[in-house]
Write a protein of this length. Structure first.
Length: 134
């Protein structure tokens, strides 16, 4: 499957973060953005993403609660999730990984780092068609 056909959900309550993320990813992936956990779960009823980029700090449902709900539902339990967060502390990262977060990227992030991490978790390197460990 080509990367353009891979779907990424980007969840953040900050509109500028959503815009920046969409700009970085939309040339390579199909990107859906939402600004709350409630909206994420409504979107998941219609579309299954290949990966979710998830902010930790959100008003209605934080990233930890979103992870608990994702992992508690057999329809969403295996979707890879990467935390995108300003929380630069070990406790937050350990808690996320305990809940099943695959990776943890500190904001502000570089576009190159974000793309590299996504490619690693989706199992291919964009434009080269190689497995990241080959």
């Amino acid at each position: 499957m080509k990367n353009e056909n891979k779907i990424i959900f980007l969840l953040d309550d900050n509109a500028s973060n959503l815009t920046m993320g969409r700009n970085v990813l939309s040339g390579t992936y199909t990107v859906y953005t939402c600004n709350s956990g409630v909206r994420l779960f409504k979107l998941l009823e219609k579309i299954r993403p290949h990966l979710i980029l998830l902010d930790v700090e959100m008003p209605d449902m934080d990233g930890f609660e979103v992870m608990c709900r994702l992992r508690g539902n057999w329809n969403t339990a295996d979707i890879p999730v990467i935390f995108l967060t300003a929380h630069d502390n070990e406790e937050s990262e350990i808690r996320g990984r305990t809940l099943g977060v695959r990776d943890y990227i500190i904001k502000p992030f570089s576009p190159e780092l974000l793309l590299e991490r996504i490619e690693t978790h989706l199992g291919s390197v964009c434009g080269r068609g190689l497995h990241p460990f080959s």
